[in-house]
Design a protein. Structure first.
Length: 267
């Protein structure tokens, strides 16, 4: 059983919705990423989604695009991100870590080499935005051989046939993008999200996480009543951006927001 599956099983037994924060590795400096990961777990994170910096993050809005730019000024690449996960694992052997990013850095490394290195570092799954399952057989095979889950995105526009196709290929959990657009978009339609999540659940027994557009504790609590996981990205990265010149305060700022969301979700 993978760490992701095990964690969701534990949460289900406790009737608790997972809280999954996203940060970009290396933002605003490489030397504090591992510290931020530990702070997020201490504040209530159940899994961590760690962004791999990329020069053309097409699924991301301006906030996370700028986070990638800040990390890239420090030349943070995929191998550096794997090193960060390895360092994180020295103190935390249990919290699942999912790498979110784009195909190009993985192709440069090679599918097999990446999957082996990711497994050795302690990665549990990947969310590669720009490779659909129809074109991802080689990557999926490499991930499977190294016990890594491939998480896929579904959108409000996904058809029943597409939902079924994605769910059949996915592992770990399914990530429902709750709004049309990029990360950080607004106008969250909770009734629409509920309808789509229920539709997805007819196609899979995997947990369903919801992200994009979750900005505060109130929204996180509302979505936690619908989904198996609440994914929070831009709201956290915005706090990182606001404290670029005061990096010592970032862990506290992220912990504060995570704590508010966790309390609201559990309440």
């Amino acid at each position: 059983m993978s760490r992701i599956t095990e964690r969701f099983s534990e949460l289900r037994a406790r009737a608790r919705t997972a809280l999954i924060p996203f940060i970009t590795a290396g933002d605003p400096r490489p030397d504090i990423t591992v510290e931020l990961m530990h702070a997020l777990v201490a504040a209530g994170a159940d899994l961590i989604e760690l962004g791999v910096p990329f020069s053309d993050p097409m699924a991301d809005g301006p906030v996370i695009q700028r986070a990638s730019e800040r990390a890239l000024t420090h030349h943070v690449g995929l191998r550096d991100v794997l090193d960060m996960v390895r360092d994180f694992r020295q103190r935390d052997p249990d919290t699942p870590v999912v790498l979110m990013g784009y195909l190009n850095p993985i192709e440069v490394m090679g599918y097999g080499a990446f999957a082996e290195a990711a497994q050795r570092a302690g990665v549990d799954g990947t969310l590669v935005v720009d490779i659909p399952p129809e074109e991802g057989h080689e990557l999926l095979q490499a991930l499977h051989e190294h016990a890594l889950d491939q998480i896929y995105l579904l959108a409000p526009t996904s058809t029943p046939q597409r939902i079924e196709r994605i769910c059949n290929a996915a592992g770990g959990f399914v990530y429902y993008v709750s709004v049309k657009g990029v990360t950080g978009a607004s106008h969250l339609d909770l009734e629409g999200v509920k309808t789509k999540v229920n539709e997805i659940r007819t196609k899979t027994e995997l947990p369903v996480g919801v992200g994009f557009g979750i900005k505060d504790a109130q929204t996180a609590a509302a979505v936690s009543k619908i989904a198996d996981a609440v994914v929070v990205g831009s709201a956290l990265v915005s706090r990182v951006e606001a404290l670029v010149e005061r990096p010592g305060e970032i862990a506290g700022a992220l912990s504060e927001l995570m704590g508010e969301m966790r309390s609201a979700m559990d309440g």
